[in-house]
Design a protein around this ligand. Structure first.
Ligand SMILES: Cc1cc2nc3c(=O)[nH]c(=O)nc-3n(C[C@H](O)[C@H](O)[C@H](O)COP(=O)(O)OP(=O)(O)OC[C@H]3O[C@@H](n4cnc5c(N)ncnc54)[C@H](O)[C@@H]3O)c2cc1C
Length: 310
């Protein structure tokens, strides 16, 4: 989208709100894959009021809105993202109540919440030590690993709608499923999440976190640019094993490679484009389907101009 007068209007509103924003912001700076063209406007509200104001300003000029947290589950188009990208990373308060409940802003790194919980001798968030996303992204995705997931601890989420109304989902309303929640494709923006933790021993909590991190580091290409597991786990199987059994471990398209360490990950070996990753995803899906009859489904979210999920 061209930066016409409607973007000037949006910029003026953001200035009034005192809200940080950047024009033509390269999304590769905001994704763990290190891939993605520019967002027309990248907005980083520092408070809930700024977020509300920013949403209403975007609506007033009909700028489409894309929400990003830490960008660790995203593949962004080389052509970038039309309209406004709103980052939640400015919302990072965390409060602990006496009954073991923790409320964290959507933009807080879930690893920071995990560490803070350990410091308060609260157990339940150890599994998240190693998941590089934000609280909002983790709630949206029902992130999980090693037998635990957000569903186990999430009590409620506050959110705003695209029309600026504040609401809350709790309990069953959260509809936590496998890598999905009531927020999936809902257009609602999670502002904060409340989690129920239990009193525990600080030492055993820290030991558990360390154990899980070591497990992760030994199996995953953790420090390579990626978006985590490319595909959802197919019923009764593992995407990584299926991909490996089809001889695709190490396969390349351009700068994108099926990780040599864990075939469930696609890594950016340097200079990979979104197009490279999409072509590699396509090759994997076609080969695995041809050889096993199983159709893999992407776990990573593909966003931006002229990109639709394969
Ligand atoms: C090395 C590595 C290891 C990983 N390991 C795991 C793992 O063990 N388990 C696991 O589940 N995942 C894992 N992931 C994937 C990723 O970290 C999680 O899915 C995480 O929860 C995504 O959070 P995020 O803030 O980065 O979300 P983003 O990638 O920014 O966004 C993901 C989706 O959530 C939406 N979203 C984000 N924030 C909000 C919000 N506040 N309101 C509404 N929608 C929102 C976005 O629009 C998008 O659709 C891993 C990723 C990497 C790179």
């Amino acid at each position: 989208m061209e930066h016409g007068s409607k973007y000037s209007e949006l910029e003026a509103e953001l200035e009034k709100l005192g809200c940080e924003y950047r024009k033509n912001e390269p999304m590769h700076k905001h994704t763990s894959f290190r891939i993605g063209g520019p967002a027309d406007i990248f907005i980083i509200p520092g408070t809930e009021d700024m977020l509300l104001g920013a949403v209403s300003a975007c609506k007033a000029v009909q700028a489409p809105i894309t929400i990003v947290g830490s960008g660790t589950n995203l593949l962004v188009s080389d052509a970038g993202i039309e309209g406004a990208v709103i980052s939640t990373l400015g919302l990072k308060d965390i409060t602990f109540s006496e009954d073991g409940r923790v409320t964290a802003g959507a933009g807080l790194k879930i690893m920071s919440a995990s560490r803070a919980a350990a410091e308060h001798s609260l157990t339940g968030l150890e599994f998240a030590w190693g998941i590089p996303g934000s609280i909002g992204g983790a709630a949206y995705m029902n992130a999980g690993c090693y037998g635990s997931e957000m569903k186990d601890i999430l009590v409620s989420c506050r959110h705003i709608s695209m029309t600026g109304n504040i609401g809350e989902y709790s309990g069953e309303e959260l509809k936590m499923g496998y890598r999905s929640s009531a927020y999936t494709d809902s257009g609602l923006i999670i502002i904060s999440a409340t989690m129920a933790l239990k009193a525990g021993s600080r030492l055993s909590i820290s030991e558990k976190m360390e154990e899980l991190m070591q497990k992760r580091l030994s199996k995953q290409p953790y420090y390579m640019p990626s978006a985590g597991s490319t595909f959802k786990r197919p019923e009764g199987n593992f995407a990584g094993s299926l991909i490996e059994s089809c001889g695709l471990k190490g396969a390349f398209v351009g700068g994108a490679q099926v990780s040599e360490k864990h075939a469930g990950f696609i890594v950016n070996t340097g200079g990979a484009t979104c197009d490279d990753v999409l072509r590699l995803i396509s090759k994997i899906k076609n080969t695995v389907y041809k050889e096993t009859g199983i159709m893999l489904e992407c776990e990573i979210k593909i966003v931006g101009r002229t990109v639709s999920e394969l």
